[in-house]
Design a protein around this ligand. Structure first.
Ligand SMILES: NC(=O)c1ccc[n+]([C@@H]2O[C@H](COP(=O)([O-])OP(=O)(O)OC[C@H]3O[C@@H](n4cnc5c(N)ncnc54)[C@H](OP(=O)(O)O)[C@@H]3O)[C@@H](O)[C@H]2O)c1
Length: 229
């Protein structure tokens, strides 16, 4: 039977590349994006591919996620991919204000929390449920960076949240892991990044297939090597 994947932030970048790869394999994708008017490519694919369904959802809006969960069947694999960079500079970056800091933390930390909470019921209906959070190596505590303070902090926080979920979801046999997707040529990663979105997504998809109970609570690179955080 075909597996069903739900992906947040699926209208561009890594989320779109993952969506395309997964539907090409004949699996079902429920693709979430916060603005349907900016989901042209996704909507075009969904016109010809019955295994792709597109829904509008901002991951910072729990009510939108809950509404979608009421209208779909079970999910086998939940991928929390949506994310933003926010202020990129050092301590004197003027854009590091209340509003922008809140947006990074709400999107990258509360976003996966709301997403998992909203869809856990649908995952528990699956025989082999799994959750992956697309985090970042920039969130590890041993680093020499002096930039993107709140992006780094958000990815450190979401890895911590992943561990809490792994402890709470253990009783339901739902493994959860986080992944660094590599440095990827997207709007966020920039054109000089080392991997194309397709290379990153292909590799992530390969790793997703290997996930089991033994991986829960851990953080992995896109090539499958474990990262300490
Ligand atoms: N690219 C890299 O090198 C790299 C490295 C490490 C980790 N990552 C992580 O990989 C993930 C995907 O990044 P990317 O490179 O593909 O970035 P991207 O090209 O900037 O795409 C980000 C996606 O997230 C969506 N998004 C942002 N805020 C959202 C919200 N509140 N609700 C729903 N969707 C939202 C965006 O939607 P809109 O189009 O509506 O803005 C877009 O679809 C992120 O979590 C990022 O932190 C990326």
């Amino acid at each position: 039977m075909n597996k069903s994947y739900l992906i947040t932030g699926a209208n561009r970048g890594i989320g779109l590349a993952l969506t395309k790869i997964i539907i090409k394999k004949g699996e079902r994708v429920i693709a979430l994006c916060r603005k349907l008017e900016e989901a042209g490519e996704l909507l075009k694919i969904s016109n010809t591919q019955s295994n792709l369904n597109v829904f509008k959802a901002d991951v910072t809006k729990e009510d939108e996620l809950i509404e979608i969960s009421k209208s779909i069947d079970n999910i086998d694999f939940l991928i929390c991919n949506a994310g933003i960079m926010g202020p990129r500079g050092g301590m004197n970056d003027k854009s590091a204000n209340y509003e922008n800091i809140s947006e990074v933390l709400m999107t990258n930390v509360a976003g996966p929390f709301f997403t998992i909470k909203s869809f856990i019921g649908k995952l528990r209906e699956s025989k082999n449920p799994k959750i992956a959070i697309i985090s970042s190596r920039m969130g590890t505590q041993l680093h020499n960076g002096s930039d993107a303070y709140f992006y780094r902090a958000s990815k450190a926080a979401v890895n911590n949240i992943m561990v809490s979920f792994s402890n709470e979801l253990d009783q339901f046999n739902v493994p959860i892991t986080s992944f660094h997707p590599g440095w990827v040529q997207t709007d966020m990663g920039g054109s000089h990044a080392s991997l194309s979105p397709e290379e990153s997504a292909n590799s992530l998809f390969e790793q997703f297939q290997k996930l089991g109970e033994e991986n829960t609570g851990k953080f992995y690179n896109y090539d499958g090597s474990e990262i300490s955080f």
